[in-house]
Design a protein around this ligand. Structure first.
Ligand code: SF4
Length: 268
């Protein structure tokens, strides 16, 4: 008897994977939806996933790593993950996903759009076949916004101040987004600050952003500076972003600061 092939769509809480779930709802009724939950995600992400679950009429499986972030940070001696050392993605997102997949043949649906160059996370597991419906069907960013709007879900609420999903302390955040976290969720900003470690005499400097600790970033004069820079970028870009939608301009202004490609499984 031939083995059945499962269909799995991994959600990040971001706009593209959510739009893909909406897009696929009636196309692949047997789809399984998963979310790799680091338990350090933003409250807005959990709220968005709850609403998506109602829309899909199906459970979104929450996948947790056996050991969470606080366990691993201890193992790494307080060394924070970074764009160069993405141990959190591997241990807290990819591993639980692969465990859920197991050994059966699986189609893994990935929300990379037709207007994007980047490659998705492609598991080295031979039983996982990636599928890119947006690429195949020519779906571009404007379509994603339309799909979300028409579904009634809209964008996740964190889009008011941040464009990337993921952990509240994610090192892929740009400085203006850290200010957003401080203003919207001061208690989470404080928690993120507690993970930083600076011991000058021992040559230790573990901070979430390069060359600046959160204690330095939260100083009123520094916040004013960051906001001013961000405001100017928005102003400059306002005329040049096609469509001129506020969230597009906001996102483009953030990309001006740092366009490092974040992890797809976390941020798509
Ligand atoms: S969202 Fe950021 S901090 Fe969280 S697991 Fe992904 S890369 Fe790491």
């Amino acid at each position: 008897m031939s083995q059945r092939t499962r269909h799995i769509l991994s959600l990040s809480g971001g706009k593209d994977s959510t739009a893909l779930a909406v897009y696929m709802r009636n196309r692949v009724p047997e789809m399984e939806y998963v979310f790799c939950d680091t338990q350090k995600e933003l409250p807005e992400t959990y709220e968005y996933l709850e609403r998506l679950q109602v829309y899909l009429g199906k459970p979104i499986h929450r996948l947790n790593a056996e050991r969470g972030f606080d366990h691993w940070i201890e193992i790494f001696g307080g060394y924070l993950p970074s764009a160069r050392m993405r141990w959190c993605t591997k241990l807290l997102k990819i591993k639980p996903f692969e465990q859920f997949v197991g050994e059966e043949p699986v189609f893994s649906y990935i929300g990379i759009r037709a207007d994007e160059e980047r490659e998705g996370y492609i598991s080295t597991k031979p039983n996982i076949t990636p599928v890119y419906p947006f690429k195949e069907d020519g779906i571009v960013e404007a379509d994603v916004y339309r799909i979300l709007e028409e579904s009634g879900l809209g964008l996740p609420k964190y889009y008011e101040w941040r464009t990337r999903s993921g952990c509240y302390f994610c090192f892929f955040q740009r400085r203006a987004e850290w200010v957003g976290l401080l203003e919207r969720h001061p208690e989470l900003f404080e928690k993120a600050k507690q993970y930083e470690k600076i011991e000058i005499d021992r040559g230790i400097r573990y901070t979430w952003t390069d060359h600046e600790s959160l204690a330095e970033l939260e100083k009123p004069e520094r916040i004013r500076e960051i906001k001013e820079k961000h405001r100017k970028q928005i102003q400059q870009l306002g005329k040049s972003v096609p469509g001129n939608k506020l969230y597009q301009i906001f996102g483009a202004a953030l990309d001006e600061e740092d366009d490092t490609e974040p992890c797809l499984i976390c941020h798509l």
